[in-house]
Structure formats: structure tokens, C-alpha cells
Design a protein around this ligand. Structure first.
Ligand code: DX5
Ligand code: ZN
Length: 222
């Protein structure tokens, strides 16, 4: 079962509550929340205070994608705000194993994100501790960028490895997902598809989620 995770990065913030409700009504299971610090990526977004205010308005899983240096400094605050899951970047901390433990100690599930050029090797010895691996298919920092197809073999290799080891770790794909690329990444082994601009710049975000799900499932049932 492929999950669609709308990213609020491309939402209209003047009516965020309403937009979140639309995608939840469309059956989205996961809400993707992109946190940027202006250091790890050249952009700034929002923090725990936003998670806290959305929490009482949604029962979707809150999937926080930390694009920040030293993610260890923010884990407890996001847990207290109501996050269900935290993904941090392998490239953003020296103490990867410790951060995973911190996330789990706070009762959340843990994921690691890899930039498009980062090989899978760096997660080899901690894969068994992860609930999710997020493979970036754009350079992190902005919505609405073009999908980088070079990442497709990385998805395939990770998928094969997880199957061979009987792992339940999920593969999330983030960046440039639309009706054309969704089937491609599902075919390569993706389980969760993040979609920002494809959902929130669509005239009908609810319909956009449903169309993406259909496109994703058309592959799985083949
Ligand atoms: C980019 C973010 C993405 C972003 C994706 O750094 O991690 O989650 O919202 O946006 P689209 O789907 O427009 O590529
Ligand atoms: Zn993201």
C-alpha cells in the first residue's frame, strides 16, 4: 500500500488549517512537514510551534523532515509539539546513531534522509535501527524543483536490500513527485511519496492526492 504524504511547503499559509483538512479528507495518511534552518539548506521555514498548532486539527501522521544542522538540538521540542516521526539528514550530524536513539526515546519513529549525491553506504550499519529511509530526488531546500532521475538506481538497490533482509523499513521519496514520476519511483521500490507542489499548486488539492494515489497504485497492481 503506497502512502501519499502531502508537503505543506507549497501550501497557502494564509489558510493552512483548511488546506491540511483538504488533504486529510482526500485520504492522505501522512503530513510531511519540511523544517529548514538557512544553514543546512539555503532556505528558512517553520519549527515546533507550527506542529503544535496543527496537531489538534489533524490525526494524520506528522512526518517531520529536518533539513537542519545538528538535528539533535531539536528532537525533544518536536516530540513535545506532537510529531510522530522525525527524519534527519545523514549529512547534518556527526552522531547519527545517537540521534536515532534520541528520536526513539521520545516515542517517535526515526528516518534518515540522503541527498541525491550521497551513497547508501553511510547507513549500512544503522539500517536495522531505522523505520524509514528518505531518498531525496531533488536537492533539498525548495519545492517545485525538477526530479533527478539519477536517484532511481539508488531506490532500486535499497529496495532489493530491504527485501533480501526481510526489513520492514520504508522508503520515502521526496522531490519532483507528480503523475509522471510517481509510477517510476513506485516501480523502483518506493513506499511513501512526498508531494508538495503537485498537491498544493493543483486547483483541487483533494483531487491531486487521489490522482497521485491512483497513479502510484496502477504500478503496484501490474
Ligand atoms: C524539499 C522538500 C520537499 C518539498 C517537495 O527540500 O524536502 O518535501 O516540499 O516539493 P515538491 O513536491 O514540489 O518537489
Ligand atoms: Zn521534505
Amino acid at each position: 500500500m503506497i502512502q501519499i504524504a502531502p508537503s505543506i511547503l507549497s501550501a497557502d499559509f494564509s489558510r493552512l488549517g483548511e488546506q491540511v483538512r483538504l488533504v486529510e479528507d482526500a485520504g492522505a495518511e501522512v503530513l510531511h512537514i519540511d523544517v529548514m534552518d538557512g544553514h543546512f539548506v539555503p532556505n528558512l521555514t517553520y519549527g515546533p510551534v507550527l506542529v503544535k498548532s496543527l496537531r489538534s486539527h489533524s490525526s494524520m501522521r506528522f512526518d517531520v523532515h529536518l533539513m537542519v544542522e545538528k538535528p539533535e538540538l531539536f528532537i525533544a521540542d518536536f516530540a513535545a509539539a506532537g510529531a510522530d516521526h522525525i527524519t534527519f539528514h545523514l549529512e547534518a550530524t556527526y552522531h547519527v546513531h545517537r540521534v536515532i536513539q534520541q528520536i526513539k526515546e521520545q516515542g517517535m519513529t526515526a528516518g534518515i534522509a540522503l541527498n541525491p549525491a550521497t551513497p547508501l553506504d553511510g547507513i549500512k550499519y544503522i539500517l536495522q535501527d531505522l523505520d524509514m529511509v528518505l531518498l531525496m530526488t531533488v536537492n533539498p531546500g525548495f519545492g517545485g524543483q525538477k526530479f533527478i532521475p539519477n536517484v532511481i538506481p539508488k531506490i532500486q538497490v535499497l529496495h532489493r536490500h530491504l527485501q533480501q533482509t526481510g526489513s520492514t523499513c520504508q522508503i520515502e521519496i521526496d522531490g519532483g513527485i507528480n503523475l509522471e514520476t510517481a509510477p517510476v519511483v513506485v516501480n523502483a521500490g518506493a513506499h511513501i511519496l512526498v508531494a508538495g507542489s503537485a498537491v498544493f499548486t493543483h486547483p483541487d488539492p483533494k483531487q491531486a492526492v487521489q490522482e497521485l494515489r491512483q497513479a502510484a497504485h496502477s504500478v503496484k497492481s501490474e
